[in-house]
Design a protein around this ligand. Structure first.
Ligand SMILES: Cc1ncc(COP(=O)(O)O)c(C=O)c1O
Length: 406
């Protein structure tokens, strides 16, 4: 009765975390602090309330399936500004897919681009992803009928999966690659060279790259380069029908605008893919609520709140640097908002932090599959999301330093 392929999905990381911690007693009098989930808690920009509440009459109608023209135009214009893209590279009508958050898009894209068979021996296609990885990728691969293939991101490769180093028979079977930059969990930013080489590889072996860029606006010093920028470099800076071949990117307001509850993101890229994607969404998905589409258009047009948001994360990484110094292999990530600490045994450390300090963290083991070096890539690390306010973060870092010692 149930789809047997779902057996390939292990328990979700947060289910495993509850099983690990919920039976553990908390120390008396300690307020718990949750750093396990990447849910931004900075204040949301005040001006969006007006957009969300001014005309609720639209809720008595079905929303249009692919956002509004204003939203699509705002997304395309933001991409153009953010990545210095030429006029005409992104046609807002054909190449922007409005999403209820990037997660559902990252899930659905596999259903758009994974064929039934791939490679010279006509085998089940592969979907490649970093290890550790954002869990949606594996569910996408499995339900699209592909085999997930995990490519380790370890300190030895600078936390960037070496897709180009894979055997040719693996690449020949590959239908889709997920790359997250800045990466969740390590915060690694892939260089323009790395992105460009990956696109060349995708074209050589005819697979699609889903660039998960939902942390693109949370960075320390330098704005991370993106997949569209890399594709443009390969086309000599010119917009053309083929300039974005095999490339789609995903963006989100959840991290950029600290509004994970808004559920708003988009996909952009290769017109053949985005048009098939829009068509599939027409059949199976809900459009964005109209007030959400309007608020989102306004958010993509505003940079001030994003700069304020980044400044808060920088302050928290300053605090973390002071509090942790060079303990637990601390490094200041180029992007994202996670600490990725080498604690030896991540489950044991998560238990200790909870039991002795009331801090909820996520063992890297739960974000990792054991295959292909996965134990090493995840097990020693603890992921801590620096999403709380400054004061809570200061308190949390103090407790972490005390309990983990080092
Ligand atoms: C790597 C990564 N991709 C995608 C998402 C999905 O974000 P949203 O659906 O809120 O846009 C998240 C959220 O935590 C994430 O960490």
């Amino acid at each position: 009765m149930l789809n047997p392929r779902l057996d390939l999905l292990t328990d979700y990381p947060f289910t495993r975390l509850r099983a690990l911690l919920d039976a553990e007693p908390l120390p008396a009098g300690l307020t718990p602090i949750n750093l396990s989930i990447g849910e931004p808690q900075h204040p949301m920009p005040g001006f969006v309330t007006e957009f969300l509440t001014r005309d609720l009459s639209s809720l008595s109608r079905y929303p249009t399936p692919n956002g509004t023209p204003q939203l699509r135009a705002a997304c395309a214009a933001w991409l153009k500004r953010r990545y210095a893209l030429p006029e005409g590279l992104i046609d807002p009508e054909r190449q922007i897919v409005a999403l209820n958050g990037s997660r559902e898009g990252l899930y659905m894209i596999a259903g758009v681009v994974v064929p039934e068979k791939k490679g010279p021996k006509n085998e089940r296609p592969l979907v490649l992803m970093p290890n550790p990885f954002y869990q949606t990728y594996v569910a996408a691969a499995v339900t699209a009928g592909a085999e997930p293939y995990f490519v380790a991101a370890t300190p030895e490769n600078g936390f960037l999966p070496d897709f180009a180093g894979l055997p040719a028979d693996v690449l020949a079977r590959t239908a889709l690659v997920y790359l997250c930059s800045p990466a969740n969990p390590q915060g690694t930013v892939a260089s323009l060279d790395y992105l460009t080489r990956l696109i060349e590889l995708a074209r050589q072996y005819d697979f699609v790259i889903a660039f998960d860029e939902c942390y693109a606006e949370i960075y320390d010093q330098v704005p991370p380069p993106g997949g569209l920028e890399a594709a443009l470099r390969l086309s000599g800076g010119k917009a053309s029908d083929d300039a974005l071949k095999n490339v789609v990117v995903f963006h989100s307001l959840s991290k950029r605008s600290s509004m994970p509850g808004l559920r708003s993101g988009f996909c952009a890229g290769d017109a053949r893919i985005t048009q098939a994607f829009i068509k599939l969404r027409n059949y199976g998905c809900a459009g964005l609520m109209m007030p959400v589409a309007e608020a989102s258009a306004a958010l993509w047009q505003d940079e001030r709140h994003v700069e304020e948001n980044r400044a808060l994360y920088r302050q928290k990484f300053d605090m973390a640097q002071n509090a942790l110094g060079n303990r637990f292999g601390f490094f200041r990530p180029a992007g994202g908002f996670y600490l990725w600490l080498d604690v030896g045994d991540s489950e044991a450390a998560a238990k200790r932090l909870w039991r002795q300090a009331g801090i909820r963290s996520l063992p890297g083991l739960y974000l990792t599959r054991p295959e292909n070096n996965g134990e090493k890539a995840g097990k020693p690390y603890l992921r801590l999301a620096l999403v709380a306010d400054l004061e809570t973060t200061r308190l949390a870092l103090q407790r972490i330093g005390n309990v983990l010692g080092g």
